[in-house]
Design a binder for this molecule. Structure first.
Ligand code: ACM
Ligand code: ZN
Length: 747
C-alpha cells in the first residue's frame, strides 16, 4: 500500500521541481509561429551537440557551447556519444535566415537550410534557457517555425562625433546578434573625426582623428586596420554584416584638415569641435580628389567583405563649388546646368567605381537627387516623400528616418518604434497616395535601420539610447507586426529581458522618459542653489562633486535634490545598478547680485531656448546651447533691465556671448551697460563696438566693465545689438542671426 503512494509522491515532487524551473517563453523578436509543448528537456553536463559538416556549423556549435556555459555554468559534454542538441541542415526550411527549433523532453533540434538560419535558431535556444546558474536547467518543450519579415535589420553608430572603443562595439554586436539584428552600419568618417586607418594616407588618422576641444583638451581616436578586421570577424561569427560608411562629398572636414589639397580653397582647416553642416567639402573639379577617394575606398573594401559600401552623400552645401574655378570648369566641360549637376556627376562616378569592384553603393536619400541610378540602395532619412521617389525610381530602400536613436527617449518611445510600419507612410505629413506606391513596391523595401548619431551620444550614455528601443526595432523588422495587441505582448516579454540586460551590464534607458534631467535653481533665500534630478528610474542615483574632480560611484550622492552652498563648478553623473549612465554634467555657479531680483526685456527671448530669468540665476551656460541655460534672440536685440530693488554698490558687469557661426550664432555688434536710480535717467558705464575676426574668434566673448570705485544704482540696463556685418559667405546675409547669452553677472 505504502510503496505506490510513495512513488506517486516522489513522482509528483519531481514534476513540480522541474516545472518550477522551466522559464516562461519570452523570446524577442517573437517567432512567427510558436507552439508550446508538454514538459521540458533537461540540459546538463551529459548533453552534447551534434552539428553538420562544415567549419561554420562547428563554429556555431562552439558558440552555443560557450553561451550555455556563460549563462548557466554548465559545461556540455564533448564525448562523441553525448547527444541532446542537434543542429541540422534541412533544405525544406525555406528562407536564408529561417529556422525550425523543436524542444521535446528527449532533446533539442534546430534545422535550417543555411548556416544563417542555424545560427538564429541557436540565438533563440539561448533565450529559452533560464537566467540561472545550475548543474541542470530545463528547456521548455516548444515547436518554433521562424523567419524574418525583412532581410535588412540594422543599427548604425556614428563614431566620428564621439569615439567608441572596440570593446564597446563588440559588446553591442553580442547584443544586436542576440536580438537577430543582422547589420552593423559603421559610420566611420565625419567632420569631427576620421576613424579608419588608411595606410596610403597616414594624416587621415594622425591629423583627422583628433580635435582640440574648447577647453584645450585633445579628443579623438581611430581604429587600426587590424582592429577593424577583428570587429568584422567578431560580427561575422554572430551573423552580422558590417557595412562601412566613408562620407563624401560633404561631412568631410576631418579629411580636408588632413589633406587640404582636396578642398576647393586648399586653405588649412582644423577638425571642427562644433556640430552642424560645414561648407568645406571635397573639390569635385580636382581629378586628384577622385584618385584619393578611390584609394581610400580600395583599402576600405579590402577590410569589409560586405557586398555594400555606404558613401553618405547627405547634407552637401554647394557654396565652395560655386566659388571654385576648377569645379566651375568641370561643370562647363561636362555641360552641367548647375552645382546640383556636379553632385550628380560625383555620385555617379563613385557609384560606377564601387560597382566596378563588385559592390553595391548605399547612400542617404540625397544621392537620388544626386543622380545615383536604380542599382544604388537609398537609405531614407528625410521622410516618406523621399521613400516614395526612390521606390518609384526602382531603387531598393532602407528606412532609417523613423528610428533615429538620438531623438529623446520621451519623443521616440519604445512603443513608437514598435508601432512604425515601414511598408507604409511613417508620418502624417506624407500624401495619402504614397500608400499605394509603398504597397506596389513592397519588395524594394529591404528593411529598416536605427542610426545613433553621436553629437550627444557617448560610450556612457549610448546604451540608454539603444536599449530597449533596439529590441522594439528588432521585433518590428522580424515580425512585421505593429498592432496594440502585439505591443502589449511585447511589453510583457520585455520585462524578462530587463533581467538579461542587467546580467549583461547594459545601461539601458526608460521606455518613454529621459534617464535623468538635471537643473539648478537659485535658492530664493539667497543661500546658494539646489541641484535637482528629475529621474526616469526610481533607483537612479546621482553622484556629484564640488571640487572639480570627476564624480565616481564613491562621490556623495542624492536621489532628487541636494543643496549647494557655494559658487564653483558642480559635476554630476547618474549611476544605476552600479553602471555609469553618462558623462558628467557640469554647472558653473557664480555669485551674482542680480540673483533673486526682477529682470525685464524689451524683446522677449526666443521660446526655443531658455526663459530670460536664467540670465540672473547664477548658473552659467554649458557647452551645449540647448542645455536650458542659454537664452537667445533671433533677429532681435538683447535689451534687459534688472531691478535690484534698492540702491546697490556695483563693481563690475560681465556678459558672455556665444559665437558659433556654423549655427548662425554671432556676437553682438555693440554692447552697452547703463545704470539708473529711477529707471528713467540713465548713466552709461560701458560701450563697446565689436569688430570680430570671424576666422579666429573663440567660442565665447566676454564683455567686461570694471570699476575699483563702486557705482551705486538700483537699475542696470544691458544691451547687445544684432550683428549686421556677417561673414562674407553667409547665405541670407544678415537675416536669421542668433544672439546667445548665458548670464548677466553683476558684482
Ligand atoms: C543624416 O542624418 N544626415 C543622414
Ligand atoms: Zn572645387
Amino acid at each position: 500500500m505504502l510503496k505506490p503512494l510513495l512513488a506517486w509522491c516522489l513522482g509528483l515532487s519531481i514534476i513540480v521541481a522541474s516545472t518550477q524551473a522551466v522559464a516562461e517563453i519570452t523570446i524577442i523578436p517573437k517567432p512567427q509561429q510558436i507552439e508550446a509543448g508538454e514538459g521540458s528537456y533537461q540540459l546538463d553536463a551529459k548533453t552534447g551537440i551534434d552539428a553538420p559538416e562544415g567549419a561554420r556549423a562547428a563554429e556555431i556549435a562552439f558558440f552555443l557551447r560557450q553561451a550555455i556555459h556563460a549563462q548557466t555554468g554548465i559545461e556540455l559534454s564533448r564525448s562523441p556519444h553525448a547527444h541532446g542538441i542537434e543542429l541540422a541542415i534541412d533544405p525544406t526550411v525555406k528562407g536564408e535566415e529561417a529556422y525550425r527549433l523543436v524542444v521535446t523532453p528527449r532533446g533539442v533540434i534546430i534545422q535550417a537550410s543555411s548556416d544563417k538560419g542555424l545560427f538564429w535558431g541557436v540565438q533563440t535556444l539561448r533565450q529559452l534557457l533560464p537566467l540561472q546558474r545550475a548543474s541542470a536547467v530545463q528547456v521548455p518543450a516548444v515547436h518554433i517555425e521562424d523567419a524574418p519579415a525583412f532581410g535588412y535589420r540594422g543599427f548604425m553608430l556614428d563614431v566620428g562625433r564621439h569615439f567608441y572603443p572596440v570593446s564597446f562595439i563588440k559588446k553591442q554586436l553580442d547584443l544586436l546578434s542576440y536580438y537577430k539584428i543582422n547589420t552593423f552600419h559603421w559610420h566611420l568618417t565625419e567632420d569631427q573625426g576620421w576613424r579608419i586607418q588608411i595606410h596610403r594616407y597616414p594624416k587621415l588618422t594622425e591629423v583627422g582623428a583628433w580635435r582640440t576641444e574648447a577647453d584645450g583638451s585633445r579628443y579623438g581616436g581611430y581604429y587600426t586596420q587590424n582592429e577593424i578586421r577583428e570587429v568584422v570577424e567578431y560580427a561575422r561569427a554572430r551573423n552580422i554584416t558590417v557595412i562601412p560608411e566613408i562620407e563624401m562629398p560633404g561631412h568631410s572636414v576631418a579629411a580636408l584638415a588632413s589633406y587640404p589639397e582636396f578642398s576647393c580653397t586648399q586653405q588649412p582647416l582644423s577638425v571642427p569641435i562644433t556640430w552642424g553642416v560645414f561648407k568645406d567639402i571635397y573639390c569635385v573639379g580636382n581629378p586628384n580628389t577622385f584618385t584619393f577617394l578611390q584609394h581610400v575606398l580600395d583599402e576600405t573594401m579590402a577590410l569589409f567583405p560586405s557586398p555594400y559600401v555606404h558613401i553618405g552623400g547627405d547634407e552637401t552645401p554647394k557654396d565652395r563649388w560655386k566659388a571654385c574655378g576648377a569645379c566651375q570648369a568641370l561643370m562647363r566641360e561636362q555641360g552641367l546646368k548647375d552645382e546640383e549637376g556636379l553632385q550628380s556627376y560625383f555620385i555617379k562616378r563613385m557609384q560606377s567605381y564601387v560597382a566596378g569592384k563588385g559592390k553595391t553603393l548605399i547612400g542617404w536619400d540625397e544621392i537620388l537627387e544626386g543622380g545615383a541610378d536604380k542599382h544604388a540602395i537609398i537609405e531614407i532619412w528625410r521622410g516618406d516623400d523621399e521613400a516614395r521617389k526612390a521606390l518609384a525610381n526602382g531603387n531598393r530602400v532602407i528606412v532609417a528616418g523613423p528610428f533615429y536613436l538620438d531623438a529623446p527617449l520621451d519623443v521616440l518611445t519604445v512603443k513608437k518604434i514598435y508601432g512604425t510600419d515601414i511598408t507604409g507612410r511613417t508620418s502624417d505629413s506624407a500624401a495619402p497616395e504614397d500608400e499605394a506606391v509603398f504597397h506596389q513596391h513592397r519588395a524594394q523595401i529591404l528593411g529598416g535601420e536605427a542610426p545613433l548619431w553621436s553629437e550627444r551620444a557617448n560610450p556612457f550614455n549610448a546604451e540608454s539610447k539603444m536599449y530597449p528601443r533596439l529590441l522594439a526595432l528588432a521585433e518590428n523588422l522580424w515580425t512585421g507586426t505593429h498592432d496594440d495587441a502585439a505591443y502589449a505582448d511585447f511589453e510583457h516579454r520585455l520585462q524578462a529581458h530587463y533581467h538579461w540586460l542587467d546580467a549583461q551590464k547594459v545601461a539601458y534607458g526608460p521606455e518613454d522618459k529621459p534617464v535623468v534631467t538635471y537643473t539648478v535653481t537659485h535658492d530664493a533665500s539667497g543661500k546658494g542653489w539646489q541641484l535637482h534630478a528629475k529621474r526616469g528610474f526610481d533607483d537612479l542615483k546621482s553622484h556629484y562633486t564640488v571640487n572639480g574632480a570627476e564624480p565616481t560611484v564613491h562621490s556623495p550622492s542624492f536621489d532628487t535634490e541636494v543643496g549647494i552652498a557655494k559658487a564653483g563648478t558642480i559635476q554630476v553623473v547618474p549611476f544605476r545598478k552600479g553602471l555609469r549612465y553618462d558623462n558628467a554634467v557640469r554647472f558653473t555657479l557664480v555669485d551674482n547680485i542680480a540673483s533673486g531680483h526682477a529682470i525685464s526685456f524689451s524683446h522677449s527671448p526666443s521660446k526655443d531656448y531658455a526663459p530670460g530669468d536664467v540670465l540672473i540665476d547664477g548658473v552659467m551656460g554649458g557647452s551645449d546651447f540647448h542645455d536650458g541655460r542659454w537664452a537667445a534672440w533671433h533677429d532681435e536685440d538683447l535689451d534687459a533691465t534688472i531691478d535690484l530693488q534698492k540702491e546697490t554698490a556695483i563693481h563690475s558687469i560681465e556678459v558672455a556671448f556665444l559665437f558659433e557661426p556654423a549655427s548662425r550664432i554671432l556676437l553682438p555688434e555693440q554692447v552697452t551697460y547703463a545704470v539708473s536710480s529711477d529707471g528713467q535717467h540713465w548713466t552709461s558705464l560701458y560701450n563697446d563696438t565689436v569688430s570680430v575676426d570671424f576666422a579666429s574668434a573663440g567660442r565665447h566673448h566676454v564683455f567686461r566693465f570694471h570699476s575699483d570705485k563702486p557705482v551705486t544704482a538700483r537699475y542696470v540696463r544691458i544691451q547687445g545689438t544684432q550683428c549686421k556685418t556677417v561673414p562674407a559667405d553667409f547665405s541670407n546675409g544678415a537675416k536669421d542671426i542668433w544672439l546667445f547669452v548665458d548670464e548677466l553677472v553683476i558684482h
